[in-house]
Design a protein around this ligand. Structure first.
Ligand code: ADP
Ligand code: ZN
Length: 603
């Protein structure tokens, strides 16, 4: 089998003109009969790597997948594209299972998705031995590793595949990249000299942004205003937080549903389904949400609170923008969030508290960073970006530095006069001359720096105090409720006139103004963009209708990326329609005339 055939198949079924980085090499390795281990981020395009060999080689590919909901999704997507695919797991009835098995046995399938339980079951084995198989694909292969986070005991039994089918290649795929997991996968599956592919974990289409966590609900409402019909997830720390936020957003005209472990299975399934089918745009969820859904048009992810570690953060933001078109990840950060999380970790029973605290520390550094965030994120995962990304808030709005020595002296002096016994919030309040009961009762209004910083709002003071910590002038003592201590360098600022550079604080108001300004600058293309956006909206609605008729999720009909290209290029005939990325032959036949007509009517 040649790469040429693979490429033609890619266009024919999936509608794409070229392979993404690594896909071609991986497919070649499979064609050469080699075992392969593929590490690619979510949305990187792993599936194509086994789907193309599955379609082009004689026989069927067995895909082992631990997530039943994902299986259904993938099979629906493949069928839409005209690929002969089916699945077997505990969710389907005996009659249907029989039909699938018959089709498989008669060679009428290109791909058969199975759960590990099914694969290992006694009745499936004889069938497996008699049918023609061209490849075993082990999806979410990290589940085999007890190192990883989703360990599945059944997965460890998959080693029988190599033993029973020594001549059939195995391809293992995962988005979890650490070395221990990688080694485990190869060993457990007894892969023989596998070709290993580790792609970049960068997701350049996801814009990264961190904002101070003040008035979060207001900020989210504001964010939603210009993203009305986009799908997005807000990750919240608690069930109650998720409930409250969903209610408040809904009240203000932005339909949102909660999702957390306290709801019934039925409620959760309904939320997930409505989200997948674009019936509800926003889900406010605790961490569990998003696993095992394949929705490619999640346009944004918001973290209402700081995540516990970079692994979790990256996994969650990675649920946006899987179709490769623009996506946004917005994280709210406050000093208090860190304190809360630290308390939770310390109270936990885990024997790995220290490790977890150090992971939290890295997360905090990311949130407080004044250099390109993507570089920090990728370097955490051992990857080094040669230059600044240009698509994070720091790159887009580089900090402006000023001589903050006087401000630093005021804050450090307040810390000293408060006997290094209070946390940042109270230091800021004292500087602001707060009349709050606790401040007065404790006599903080009688220290010399009380009210010395009335001219700045609380948030701004917190921002500078945070920088003092970052720069090593002050240090919160975790075991004393984060009371701030002066460091040796901090004393130098107080007593030896050491200079301090601060990054300037940008208020929400100011941020909005710059955003408006930036939008105005793009105005010349504005007219064209508006027309394109209107057409996109028309096509989006049409997609939803079509999806409803077909009984599949809208993104299975066409991805957002494909609709965007349609709206921008406005194809006028079948040939032009076929040239759109994401339009394969099946889609052209099924939907070409409907969408062409809508585009013509719009023009
Ligand atoms: P993963 O399994 O790695 O999370 P998928 O296989 O689901 O990723 O692919 C993510 C998205 O990228 C899908 O919408 C898929 O159709 C699209 N895609 C895959 N390969 C290509 C390609 N060569 N060109 C354009 N889009 C692609
Ligand atoms: Zn950047």
């Amino acid at each position: 089998m040649t790469l040429r055939t693979a490429q033609e198949t890619l266009k024919l079924y999936f509608g794409y003109d070229s392979f993404r980085p690594m896909q071609a090499e991986i497919i070649e390795a499979v064609y050469a009969g080699r075992d392969a281990l593929v590490l690619m981020p979510t949305g990187g395009g792993k599936s194509v790597c086994f789907q193309i060999p599955a379609i082009t080689l004689p026989g069927a590919c067995i895909v082992v997948s631990p997530l039943i909901s994902l299986m259904k999704d993938q099979v629906e997507g493949l069928r839409e594209a005209g690929v002969r695919a089916a699945y077997l797991n505990s969710s389907i009835d005996a009659g249907t299972a029989q039909q699938v098995e018959d089709a498989f046995f008669k060679g009428q399938l290109d791909l058969l998705y199975v759960s590990p339980e099914k694969l290992l079951s006694a009745d499936f084995m004889p069938l497996l031995r008699r049918a023609a198989i061209n490849l075993f694909a082990i999806d979410e292969a990290h589940c085999i590793s007890s190192w990883g986070h989703d360990f599945r005991p059944e997965y460890t039994q998959l080693r029988f595949l190599r033993r029973e089918f020594p001549t059939i290649a195995i391809i293992a795929l995962t988005a979890t990249a650490d070395k221990a997991t990688r080694r485990d996968i190869a060993q457990q599956l007894t892969l023989s000299d596998p070709a290993v592919f580790v792609s970049s974990f960068d997701r350049p289409n996801i814009r990264l942004e961190v904002r101070p966590g003040q008035k979060r609900v207001e900020q989210i409402l504001d964010f939603l205003k210009s993203r009305r019909n986009q799908s997005g997830i807000v990750y919240c720390l608690s069930r109650k937080g998720a409930e409250d936020l969903a209610a408040r957003l809904s009240q203000r005209g932005f339909p949102a549903m909660p999702y957390h472990a306290g709801l019934t299975d039925r409620q959760r399934a309904k939320t997930q389904e409505d989200f997948i089918n674009d019936k509800v745009p926003v889900v406010c969820a605790t961490v569990a949400f998003g696993m095992g859904i394949d929705k490619s048009n999640v346009r944004w992810v918001i973290h209402y609170n700081l995540p516990k570690n970079m692994e979790g953060y990256y996994q969650e933001i990675g649920r946006s923008g899987r179709d490769g078109t623009t996506a946004e990840a917005l994280l709210f950060y406050s000093y208090q969030d860190v304190a809360v999380l630290e308390d939770i970790l310390r109270q936990g029973t885990s024997d790995q508290v220290e490790l977890q605290l150090s992971k939290l520390e890295r997360m905090k550094q990311y949130a407080e960073a004044l250099t390109c965030r993507r570089r920090i994120l990728l370097s955490y995962f051992g990857e080094h970006l040669g230059e600044n990304c240009g698509n994070c808030d720091v790159c887009r709005n580089p900090p402006q530095y000023f001589d903050g020595t006087v401000l630093a002296q005021k804050a450090l002096s307040a810390i000293a006069r408060l006997s290094e016994a209070v946390p940042a919030g109270i230091v800021a309040e004292v500087l602001r001359g707060s009349g709050r009961r606790e401040i007065i009762d404790r006599g903080y209004d009688r220290i010399k720096t009380y009210g010395a910083g009335r001219d700045l709002p609380q948030n701004e003071w917190l921002y500078y105090i945070q920088q003092l910590v970052h720069l090593g002038y002050a240090e919160p003592a975790a075991e004393e409720h984060y009371a701030l201590k002066l460091t040796a360098n901090g004393r130098k600022v107080l007593f030896e006139d050491e200079k301090v550079q601060f990054a300037r604080f940008i208020s929400i108001k100011e941020r909005k103004a710059t955003e408006k300004e930036a939008a105005k600058k793009q105005e010349p293309q504005g007219q064209r963009r508006r027309v394109r956006d209107e057409l996109f909206e028309v096509l989006r609605k049409l997609r939803q209708q079509v999806a409803l008729q077909q009984g599949v999720p809208p993104y299975v009909v066409f991805s957002d990326a494909t609709l965007e290209e349609m709206a921008a290029l406005r194809p006028r005939n079948r040939e032009e329609f076929r040239s759109i990325s994401g339009v394969g032959e099946m889609k052209l036949e099924r939907y070409g005339s409907t969408f062409l007509q809508a585009i013509e009517e719009f023009s």
